[in-house]
Design a protein around this ligand. Structure first.
Ligand code: ADP
Ligand code: MG
Length: 510
């Protein structure tokens, strides 16, 4: 009753008789300690875990079951990924992966060859390859020529290698002998559909014979039920993974390749920035003293500045004259925004105007913004209107901090704009972030190519996003009282020109 999942992973990690660790998890007691243990053990043997209760409904069931609080799905996925844990999405995947890792060597690369006696399953496997990080390489000429020597003319010697419906166990064997010798092939998937010409058990025995000296993973999918049962048993008894359908075999190889990449990852680099923690401590103390949780805009700006983020030049004006003066000091064009501790989403209330070019436009904007707020949110306290440097030509991204009950501080990244909540194209990682993890999370979002630029656009300064993520990561580790924060948007300028935090919110708790 007093043994935790972390202790079990550590002890299985040391156990010489355990080659692969499988786990079913509902909750984790101590997230950081769990991640540290998993990070260490997963470098010596694979850890495959299925996590239940990741959805809203499941989490409720888990709470009543174990009394524990289930962490959010994002946090688990990030934690698993950052500590090398292989996440199984289903029970079928859990055992499917286990079979692959327990019986086969890891692939040395992404190139897969498929051998099949029927076209359809071969094509399905090829499609699955295409959706994975694996590659269905075309067979090189020497290999194709050697296959042609004995295969019927109807057969396909490229990839998938279709040895056609009248294939016997000998034809499977000769084909495999050629393929397994080709060092450009990193993994082999053998498919079999029962035909009148084939004895599935004889094929299984041939595979077993060849597998003992192949130094690459061999996976199989013998389809059909009764007629292949005996053959599957033979394969399983000899550690050769066999799957009901070809897609599962491909996914398992893909996961193995991913694990190999984890093993080869170099040690992480952590960057530590010179920051002004004293300033931040002062601001937080004064907010707490005033019994507040939300920082006002000027406080949030100070905090980000203390952590080295770039902010637009800005100034709060209480009158139109002051606004015009501020605008000419900052330089046109400018942006104007309502300055009020009570207005959370400024543009929703008509409280933001961008691209103001002249004194007259500033005067008009001042009037518009203040009257919009007076009409739409009469109880809001208005401190004035903020006149701000307009950041030209950038792309908007969102960075956030959140705190997970089990894993602690989480950093979020996504492309900004009003659709971020609908598209949910965001990436999460548990802090502290290494430089590599910050880079990986930027590349993780589906819309990443937009940051590189499309149709002649300039690429944005991705290094500046990484820098901002790392600074936020350091801030959330330094100040556990930050329970939520976001920079929305961080406007990222073209490469080499940096990024500017134009809007920020920070919430703290004692
Ligand atoms: P809110 O999110 O409260 O509506 P923001 O300060 O984020 O207010 O402003 C809304 C939008 O206006 C931003 O997402 C951005 O597109 C634009 N914007 C705000 N400030 C600037 C600026 N300084 N330079 C360029 N665009 C800006
Ligand atoms: Mg905003």
């Amino acid at each position: 009753m007093d043994i935790s999942e972390t202790e079990i992973i550590l002890s299985m990690g040391e156990d010489e008789n355990t080659r692969v660790i499988l786990g079913y998890l509902e909750s984790i007691e101590d997230g950081p300690r769990f991640m540290k243990a998993a990070r260490q053990i997963s470098k010596t043997k694979p850890i495959i875990i299925i996590k239940s209760g990741t959805t809203g409904a499941g989490a409720k069931a888990a709470s009543s079951h174990t009394g524990a609080l289930a962490g959010s799905e994002h946090a688990y996925r990030a934690a698993f990924r950052q500590s090398g844990i292989i996440h199984a999405e289903s029970m079928q995947a859990l055992f499917g992966y286990a079979m692959a890792f327990a019986g086969q060597p890891l692939p040395k690369g992404p190139a897969v060859a498929i051998v099949t006696n029927s076209g359809g399953p071969g094509i399905l496997a090829a499609d699955a390859c295409d959706r994975s990080s694996l590659q269905l390489i075309p067979m090189r000429k020497e290999t194709a020529d050697r296959l042609r020597e004995f295969l019927p003319s109807m057969a396909s010697v490229y990839n998938p290698i279709d040895i056609i419906g009248d294939a016997s166990d000998e034809r499977y064997e000769r084909t495999l002998e050629v393929i397994l010798k080709d060092e450009l092939v990193h993994a082999v998937l053998i498919l079999l559909t029962p035909t009148a010409a084939v004895d599935p058990e004889a094929v299984a025995r041939k595979i077993v014979g060849l597998a003992s000296h192949a130094n690459k993973p061999i996976m199989t999918s013998f389809m059909g039920d009764k007629r292949v049962r005996g053959a599957r048993r033979i394969l399983q008894d000899h550690g050769i993974p066999t799957y009901d359908y070809p897609e599962d075999a491909i996914t398992a190889v893909d996961v193995m390749l991913c694990y190999r990449q984890w093993l080869e990852e170099p040690d992480r680099q952590y960057e530590r920035f010179e920051v002004d923690t004293r300033k931040v401590r002062e601001i937080f103390a004064s907010v707490i003293k005033q019994h507040r949780h939300d920082l006002v805009e000027s406080e949030a700006r100070e905090v980000l500045k203390a952590y080295g983020l770039r902010l637009p030049e800005s100034c709060i004006a209480r009158t139109t004259e002051a606004a015009v003066r501020a605008a000419s000091e900052i330089g046109y064009p400018v942006v104007m925004k309502i300055a009020s501790p009570d207005v959370l989403h400024k543009s929703d209330m008509g409280g933001v105007r961008v691209g103001l070019e002249t004194d007259a436009m500033v005067e008009e904007a001042f009037f518009d913004i203040t009257s919009n707020i007076q009409i739409r949110q009469p109880e809001a306290r208005i401190l004035g209107v903020m006149v701000q440097e307009m950041i030209p030509q950038g792309k908007e991204v969102i960075l956030g901090i959140n705190r997970d009950i089990q894993f602690g501080p989480m950093i979020m990244f996504g492309l900004g704009g009003i659709y971020v909540e609908v598209l949910k194209d965001v990436a999460f990682r548990i802090a502290p972030l290494s430089v590599e993890e910050a880079d990986a999370m930027i590349h993780d979002v589906r819309s990443f190519p937009l940051l590189r630029g499309v149709r002649g656009e300039l690429p944005v300064d991705i290094g500046a996003i990484r820098d901002a993520l790392l600074r936020l990561s350091q801030m959330t580790v330094d100040f556990p009282e930050i329970i939520e924060a976001d920079i929305n948007p961080l406007i990222v300028c073209p490469e080499g020109k940096g990024a500017v935090a134009v809007d920020a919110r920070i919430t703290i708790q004692e």
